[in-house]
Design a protein around this ligand. Sequence first.
Ligand code: GSH
Length: 203
Amino acid sequence: MLLIGRDLSPFTRRVAISMSLLGFAFERKQLSTATDSAEVRKFNPLGRVPALVLDDGEALIDSAAILDYLDQTVGAERALIPLSGIERRHVLKLTAIAQGVMEKAVAAFYECTRRPPETRHAPWLHLLEDQIRAGLAALESSATGDWLALGRMTQADISTVCAFDFVAVTSPHLQIDPPRPGLKALAARLGRLPPFLQTPPKV
Ligand SMILES: N[C@@H](CCC(=O)N[C@@H](CS)C(=O)NCC(=O)O)C(=O)O
């Protein structure tokens, strides 16, 4: 399989980490949506990452759909999001908050990097920053033990660390003010595992 997208993309990174943790063999094509747009469109008509090209040539798009494919493939025992029941709803909710932080942090990053400075809209950026802070606060309230949910690593932990690390490199003031000790500890602990260590988000 071939994963399209850079590790700076938190959506791509959560797929790369999940694939490694679940034991999938795959190669990488580290394309940027900013500079390799035409090539990205060969895999996703929207020009977005990640995309995952399966061995039969089919290209899956959107990280949530790709993660769902991975979970369905490994089955209920190993799925990073439980396949049914209240446990699934719990992990999906935390994962959705982490995904929302990614979406808002990517929007804030684009506001600051893809617009000419004179066209940046401060009230919009402040709203995005409020949403990022609120999402991180909600995740922090679940970061009281080793794992966010179910007493084991789930997609909630992986997506949360990818969101937290992305905020750290693109909007560092939001990651430290106010401090999030639970998330910081989780990111530090998971950050020592090879799948996380091998995918550092770099601007
Ligand atoms: N819902 C999508 C969001 C993916 C996304 O926004 N990726 C960013 C990179 S981090 C991107 O492709 N941006 C370019 C664009 O949206 O035009 C997913 O989960 O895969």
